[in-house]
Design a protein around this ligand. Structure first.
Ligand code: AHR
Length: 504
C-alpha cells in the first residue's frame, strides 16, 4: 500500500441546495419475499399484532427511512388495488404475471399504511397504468385521502380505517417505457394517459404530488426522448420525473465499477437538462424535479426471475460486498451533490429482494451496504455543500479522469452541525487528506466512522455477519482551519463536525 495526498475544501456558505429528506427513501414491491417473509410474516416469532416483523421494522428504523414506495414495480401494472382491501378471508388469490408468482393479497394498501406508521415514514403509492384505468387511479386517491361521505371513502371506513391516509406522493405507473411492462405504452400514449390520470387524481385531492414515469435506465433506446415527450404532454400536472437505474460489476472491472458516480451524475445531468428544456419550451412557471425511485446494485439482473406460481418465491436475493457498499456510498454522495434537482430517491428494495437486509426464518442479516446507507441517512441534514476536491486522477477502462476520492458534505445552519462523506476508490493507495474549512469560522470535528477492507469481494454471511460493517474511528484533530485524515484504500468514511460556539 502506498500513500497519496488530497485536499477537500469546505465552505459552509457555498451551498448547493437544501437536502430533501425524501432522498432517504425505500421501495417495497410484491415481488419475491419483500412483502411476505420480509416485512409481513404473521407466522414469525417476531410478528407484532399486525403480522409485521418487529426485527425488520427495527432495522428499517435504524436506517432512518423517510418515505416508502409501494406496491410496485412491475407488479403494479397488473394489480387491482381492490384485491388487497377488505376482509382478508375474502381477498382473492391470483396469478401474478410480472413475477409469475401467486399473490394472496393478505397485505394491501391499508396494511401498508400501518407499516408506514410503524416505521414513521411517508407512504408513496403507485397507480396502475398498465391494466389499470384512469378511473381506478382516481378511485384509489378517493379511497385513501377523502375524509368520508363518498362511496370510496366510506368503503375505506367500512374496512376499519376511518381516518384518511393522507397519501401525498403518487407514482403514475411504473416503467411504462419498458416492453416487459404489462400494458407497455409508447411515450405519447403514456404521456396522454398519465396526464388524464394525474388530472383526475389531483381533482380528488389538490394537495397530492405526482410522479411521471421516466426512462427505466440510460440504456433504454428511447432514452432521453421518452422523458422529453412524456414531460411535454403531462408537464403541468406532474411534479417529479422518475429515474430507475440498477448497476453491477458483471465485467469484473472493479476500477470502473468504483467510478460509478460518474455515470450516475451524467444520468441526472441529462434529465436535469431535459427538465429545463421542457419548462422553457412550454414557457411554464411550474417546476418538475427528479425522483430516483428505484436504485440499487443488482447482480442477478437479467437472469430468469420467475416464481413458478409459488407464494413468496426467492427472487433476486443478492449478496452484497465491500465494493457494492462503496458504490452505494457514491450513489448517496451524488444525491447530495444533485440536491438542486433530485428531491426523492428510493432504494429498491428494502428487504430480501435486491436488498442489503435478508431474512432467513426468524434470522436477519445486514449486508455491507446497509451500513453505508445508514451512516448517510442518519447524518446528512440541512444544505448540501459544494465541496471542492483536489485528489489524484486516474483512468479506468470505462472512464477517463476519475478522481480517487468521491466526496459530499452537508451542513445545517440552525444547529451548526455538518457531515463529510468520503469514498476512497483506490484499491491500493491510502490517501492522506486535508479537510480545509474556508469561511473563517472555527469548527470542531466531532465523530468519525469508517467502512473498509482489503478485499473488494468481502461480504457478510450468516456465519460471519460482521465482516463488512462501519466502525467508529478516532476523529481527526482540527488545527486552525484544517484537519488531516488518513483514508485507507477501498474505504468509506463519515466525519461529523460542528460550529465552535465558544469561538465565533
Ligand atoms: O425492483 C425490481 C424491478 O425492477 C421493478 O419491479 C421494476 O420496476 C424494475 O425493473
Amino acid at each position: 500500500m502506498s500513500n497519496t495526498t488530497a485536499e477537500v475544501y469546505l465552505d459552509t456558505n457555498r451551498t448547493i441546495a437544501p437536502i430533501s429528506p425524501l432522498l432517504f427513501g425505500g421501495f417495497a414491491e410484491h415481488m419475491g419475499r419483500c412483502i411476505y417473509e420480509g416485512i409481513y410474516d404473521p407466522e414469525s416469532a417476531h410478528a407484532d399484532e399486525y403480522g409485521l416483523r418487529k426485527d425488520v421494522l427495527e432495522a428499517l428504523r435504524g436506517q432512518a427511512y423517510t418515505v416508502i414506495r409501494y406496491p410496485g414495480g412491475n407488479f403494479l401494472s397488473g394489480y387491482n388495488w381492490l384485491d388487497g382491501v377488505g376482509p382478508k378471508k375474502q381477498r382473492p388469490h391470483r396469478r401474478e404475471l410480472a413475477w409469475q408468482s401467486t399473490e394472496t393479497n393478505q397485505f394491501g394498501t391499508n396494511e401498508f399504511m400501518t407499516f408506514c406508521k410503524a416505521i414513521d415514514v411517508a407512504p408513496m403509492l403507485a397507480v396502475n397504468m398498465g391494466t389499470g384505468t384512469i378511473q381506478s387511479a382516481s378511485d384509489l386517491v378517493e379511497y385513501c385521502n377523502v375524509l368520508g361521505g363518498t362511496y370510496w371513502s366510506d368503503l375505506r371506513a367500512s374496512h376499519g380505517y376511518r381516518a384518511p391516509h393522507d397519501v401525498r406522493y403518487w407514482c403514475v405507473g411504473n416503467e411504462m417505457d419498458g416492453p416487459w411492462q404489462i400494458g407497455h405504452l409508447d411515450a405519447v400514449e403514456y404521456g396522454k394517459k398519465a396526464l388524464e390520470a394525474a388530472k383526475m387524481m389531483k381533482w380528488q385531492d389538490p394537495t397530492i404530488e405526482t410522479i411521471l414515469c421516466g426512462s427505466s435506465s440510460d440504456l433504454m433506446p428511447t432514452y432521453p426522448e421518452w422523458d422529453r415527450i412524456a414531460l411535454e404532454i403531462a408537464w403541468e400536472h406532474v411534479d417529479y420525473l422518475s429515474m430507475h437505474y440498477y448497476t453491477n460489476n458483471r465485467e469484473e472491472d472493479t476500477a470502473s465499477y468504483l467510478a460509478s458516480a460518474l455515470r450516475f451524475e451524467r444520468f441526472v445531468d441529462t434529465l436535469d437538462g431535459t427538465l429545463r428544456y421542457v419548462k422553457a419550451k412550454g414557457r411554464s412557471r411550474h417546476d418538475v424535479y427528479l425522483s430516483w425511485d428505484e436504485w440499487q446494485v443488482w447482480h442477478s439482473i437479467g437472469t430468469p426471475m420467475l416464481g413458478e406460481w409459488t407464494e413468496a418465491p426467492h427472487l433476486a436475493e443478492d449478496v452484497y460486498t465491500l465494493e457494492d457498499a462503496l458504490v452505494v456510498a457514491q450513489w448517496l454522495n451524488v444525491f447530495l451533490r444533485k440536491s438542486h434537482v433530485l428531491k426523492i430517491a428510493c432504494v429498491a428494495q428494502i428487504v430480501n429482494v435486491i436488498s442489503w437486509l435478508q431474512t432467513r426464518g426468524d434470522e436477519l442479516l445486514k449486508q455491507s451496504s446497509y451500513y453505508a446507507f445508514k451512516l448517510v441517512s442518519n447524518l446528512a441534514r440541512g444544505e448540501a455543500l459544494d465541496v471542492l476536491v483536489k485528489a489524484p486522477i486516474v483512468q479506468t477502462k470505462q472512464y477517463d479522469g476519475v478522481p480517487t476520492l468521491d466526496v459530499s458534505s452537508s451542513y445545517e445552519v440552525e444547529t451548526g452541525q455538518g457531515a463529510i462523506f468520503l469514498v476512497n476508490r483506490s484499491q491500493t493507495d491510502a490517501i492522506v487528506t486535508d479537510l480545509i474549512w474556508q469561511n473563517g469560522k472555527t469548527f470542531l470535528v466531532d465523530k468519525a466512522w469508517q467502512l473498509s477492507g482489503n478485499d473488494p469481494k468481502e461480504s457478510n454471511t450468516w456465519d460471519q455477519p460482521n465482516r463488512v460493517v462501519t466502525n467508529p474511528i478516532s476523529p481527526p484533530t482540527i488545527r486552525g482551519d484544517r484537519a488531516m485524515v488518513q483514508l485507507p484504500p477501498l474505504s468509506f468514511t463519515a466525519i461529523t463536525f460542528c460550529r465552535d460556539s465558544t469561538n465565533q
